[in-house]
Design a protein around this ligand. Structure first.
Ligand code: KG4
Ligand code: ZN
Length: 364
């Protein structure tokens, strides 16, 4: 099959199976660098995991096996292109739950091999990091706040494949903290949207700590906040609906303060590193970016520091395959492809040279 020029428009199938969404998408990258989503199919497995209060890896992996073929078929049909139009097949190859990653990576390799086109192993975090290029045409460099169920990071995105991690979490991820807060208040999974809904009916009257506030390195620590919330809840048990709402509002305020402070610190470091001429843009990605209270807080921080705030639409902030296809297309445009020996990786840091955060666990 003749290869097109790297600058020509090309079409990539993306596959996402790193957690509990089974997703497939077709994205076209035009010669001018613009991205176009031709289809974006996401099959959430929420009902399979809800009873357990979190994602069960073995159930997720089996569900990916059941759902992926149909998701790919639907993505191709909705895109209105045949497999022969594909220039490459990209799959999230990590970080994430290894069983699910193996399902997506193996499927992508098989399709790529069958078609005789490139396979691209995409770092799921890189896909989140690059999604603002697809949704908003944003150019490099920019500051990224990635806040999801599995990750909490502040990164300078300099170019495709060139990231500098400024901050990470020492313990729980931000979305995980929302999920645990919800669980201890007896609210359903996923906790983030439920806590936000309840918080809207409450007042932030409960005193909770703001961990890491004012620290020079923009790291996060959320486990202590969750423990303080547990104590506050126990002191007030049995909990009325109003008390639950007040606890949710108080928790969300504490999170907004911490995220504002940590992001402001990262902005200072960004400016010091890149100099006054660099573009000042803050991109927020990951499921927690859907939180409206957080968005208001970040708008305030951004405007105080002269940064433009870019929040991709919710369906492209949460896990999806369009961002995987787009990261694949961006890599392909720069000549990065992978061979069939590329592994699925449970851990895969975006900035392997980042100094370890003192006290950080496996999430660093
Ligand atoms: O990015 P995502 O869909 O999946 C990964 O974790 O990779 O993020 C899901 C996380 C969950 O922890 C969920 O509770 C949180 O994002 N989340 C929210 C909101 N919507 C989703 N957290 C706070 N407020 C929300 N509105
Ligand atoms: Zn994610």
């Amino acid at each position: 099959m003749p290869k097109r020029e790297k600058s020509a428009p090309f079409t990539v199938l993306g596959i996402e199976t790193s957690c509990d969404e089974t997703a497939a998408s077709v994205v076209r990258r035009h010669a001018d660098g613009r991205g176009e989503i031709l289809s974006n199919v996401v099959r959430a497995q929420l009902d399979l995991h809800a009873a357990y209060g979190g994602v069960v890896p073995e159930i997720a992996a089996r569900a990916h096996v059941d759902l992926l073929d149909a998701a790919i078929k639907q993505a191709m049909t909705e895109a209105g292109v045949g497999f022969d139009a594909l220039e490459a097949v990209a799959a999230a190859a990590g970080p994430g739950l290894i069983g699910g990653l193996i399902v997506g990576v193996t499927t992508a390799k098989a399709i790529g091999l069958g078609l005789g086109v490139s396979f691209i192993a995409v770092n799921h975090l890189e896909a989140h990091a690059l999604s603002a290029g697809l949704t908003d045409g944003l150019r490099f460099p920019y500051l990224l706040l990635l806040v999801s169920g599995g990750h909490t990071q502040l990164l300078i995105v300099k170019e495709v494949g060139d990231y500098e991690r400024l901050g990470t979490t020492l313990d729980d991820a931000l979305g995980e903290a929302f999920d645990k807060a919800a669980k201890l208040l007896g609210l359903p999974y996923p906790g983030g949207p439920e806590v936000e809904r309840r918080a809207a009916k409450g007042r932030a009257t409960v005193k909770l700590p703001r961990p890491m506030l004012g620290r020079p390195e923009p790291h996060f620590s959320l486990a202590g906040l969750k423990t303080a919330l547990r104590h506050a809840a126990l002191e007030r048990a049995p909990l009325s609906e109003q008390t639950i709402a007040d606890l949710c509002a108080s928790f969300q305020e504490a999170v907004a303060d911490v995220v504002s402070d940590r992001t402001a610190r990262a902005m200072e470091i960004y400016e010091a590193r890149l100099g006054p001429g660099a573009q000042k843009a803050l991109v927020v990605a990951g499921g927690v970016a859907a939180n409206r209270r957080l968005k208001v807080a970040l708008e305030k921080v951004a405007s105080a520091h002269g940064f433009r705030l870019v929040v991709p639409p919710a369906e492209l902030c949460t896990d999806n395959a369009a961002m995987i296809a787009w990261a694949g297309a961006e890599r392909l445009a720069r000549g990065f492809t992978d061979d069939l020996g590329a592994p699925a990786r449970a851990r895969w840091p975006l900035d392997p040279d980042a100094p370890p955060a003192l006290g950080a666990g496996v999430k660093a």
